[in-house]
Design a binder for this molecule. Structure first.
Ligand code: HEM
Length: 147
């Protein structure tokens, strides 16, 4: 069975996959490959949806760890974290509207909103990975701190 302790790592991997798919989708549309763009973006949406389920499960079962870094890294971490969380909330309706416009083949309108959706989604995915690295890999909570 999947342990809750594995979820932060799995979520980071999902974020990394989403970022790669977003980059691929962007490169494809810029080179005129609509079908590959569509496939990448729908895949990114699926991966991000799985991430969301994993994230909600994690928040439900596990405590929020306090960041262990000291000094200048603290304001950097919290700036990343707060901007990540706020934009993660904003991205949900943006993605839905962007995809809906594409499915209705309203491509001019799709393009207009996608110019906001794509960079914000990318920022959220990349900062998700950075926050994970800082919290769990670079400045991890030690067992002693948990007791
Ligand atoms: C949330 C998911 C999606 C995002 C973030 C996204 C993002 C983008 C971006 C950044 C562009 C280029 C805009 C520009 O040139 O400045 C674009 C164009 C385009 N997208 Fe998407 N896209 C998504 C989903 C889709 C889907 C599902 C389809 C197909 C059904 C699609 C079809 C197109 C087409 C045809 C264009 C070219 C529009 C034009 O040049 O007139 N997109 N999209």
């Amino acid at each position: 069975m999947l342990s809750v302790a594995l979820l932060p790592h799995l979520n980071a991997v999902l974020n990394a996959i989403a970022a790669c798919l977003l980059l691929g989708g962007f490169i494809f549309i810029k080179s005129g490959n609509q079908a590959a763009h569509r496939l990448c973006m729908i895949s990114a949406l699926c991966v991000s949806s799985v991430f969301l389920v994993g994230y909600v499960t994690l928040r439900f079962y596990a405590p929020i760890f306090q960041f262990q870094g000291e000094g200048i890294i603290r304001p950097i971490y919290y700036t990343l974290l707060i901007s990540h969380v706020l934009l993660a909330m904003a991205i949900v309706p943006l993605v839905l509207i962007t995809v809906l416009r594409a499915f209705k083949e309203r491509f001019a309108a799709h393009k207009k909103i996608a110019r906001w959706t794509w960079p914000i989604w990318m920022y959220v995915s990349v900062t998700g990975i950075l926050v994970y690295l800082m919290l769990y890999q670079i400045y991890p909570v030690t067992t002693a701190q948990l007791l």
